[in-house]
Design a protein around this ligand. Sequence first.
Ligand code: HAM
Length: 452
Amino acid sequence: MSSSVPQKVRGMQDIFGEYQRYFNFLKKVARHEFRKNGFTRISTPIVEMQELIVRSAGIGSDVVSKEMYSFQDRKGRELVLKPESTAGVMRAYLENFLDEPQPVYLYYIEPHFRYDRPQKGRYRQFHQVGAEIIGEIDPVLDAKMIHIGCSVLDNIGLKGRYKLKLNSLGVAKEREKYVQELQSFFEARAHLLDETDIARLRANPLRILDSKNEDVKELLKVAPKITDFLKKESKDFYSKVKAYLDILGVEYEEDHTLVRGLDYYSHTVWEWVDGSGRTQDAFGGGGRYDDLSKNIGHKESVPAVGFALGAERLIETLVDTGVKLRNKDAIHLYFIQLGEDATKMILPLSIEARNRGVNSMLSLGTPSLKVQMKKANRLWARYVAIVGIMEAKKGICQLKDMLNGTQEELRLSDLLDRVVANIDAKELDFYSPTKDFVIEEPKTDSEPSENS
Ligand code: HAM
């Protein structure tokens, strides 16, 4: 029967079940890595002023020219669903962090929106795990950022499964000269280019470096290289980044065609790509963006460096490469109680189970034993404790081991000892929110109140 319920929006996904578990895992690993390195989390609004994105990513970028989710609000303001977070984080920095000790270390885990052509690894709503260090220029920060990104990839199980590509884009003046030379090189060979590449060459010549055309790829081997246009200062900066990467033990491949799709970069740029060549889509990328603050209208340039990893691409790679996660949501013990007396005996046990780290669930309502067993199966419950009218009278239960199908009679007072002894200690959940907060004594007011 066809349904008239509107479907989910093309290119967007509901995240639940197994996929949500991978997502939580990635968030946890990233949070841990960022915290260990002194970053604090920031969430910027989903919606930004369109002007912020246009000025930062650049009018010729795909993100601005083709992929923006833009709309007007009721007062006619031009807004966008954010396609990335770097511009928003810089805006937030300028509004909130200028008086803080510098540099400022921020990380984010956020949804983003690009009107891309949906396919595997490419969505219209996707998530990025990213980090930015703002307020200091030092090549060691670029190397440190790359190292942190590599640690996240290694720690989620992708060690040895990605490659790091590295390049330097120098400063704006050096790039201008390079772009002119690149443009003249390809204009002289325009007869070898297809329509898309000609359009790229005229609108944003750097985009020609992303061409998939084999002729262009061949020409690029002899075309001018950005690194030949770098002056001493930029060359030195780049050399230092590489020297620090060597000290940190980070392997990289230099790629002079790597320019990234956003206009705000200068000096170091990098991308993590699939080491097996399974996909052309990058796992993530980043770079230095010392001019972004000025481009968006701030009076001076604020040096900064950062990166973002694409959550969906990483999760799909984890699934494809067979990285399996422990299911922390699994129910360890499912109680089936028949009758009010049984319910009264089981309720305190369910509280005790919680305190002993056991994930448990009560079958409430009065469906039949068969229906309740079906539910326990669906939940992948490890054990089922059945307390019927007779069992309640005797203070016992039937404990069913759902893994090997055996069943035994047990005193209710022994039930939790038995279950805890048979569950992997790593699976028990002892999270206690009281570790995460303190209650401050209310301030005593020395001034007598009006009523006293
Ligand atoms: P980006 O290269 O545009 O950089 O995006 C970073 C990552 O986000 C990509 O490598 C990819 O994994 C993921 N991604 C991008 N678009 C999509 C999509 N349509 N579907 C799924 N995943 C996608 C940035 O956004 C910069 N803000 C990174 C940065 C931070 N640079 C400095 N600081």
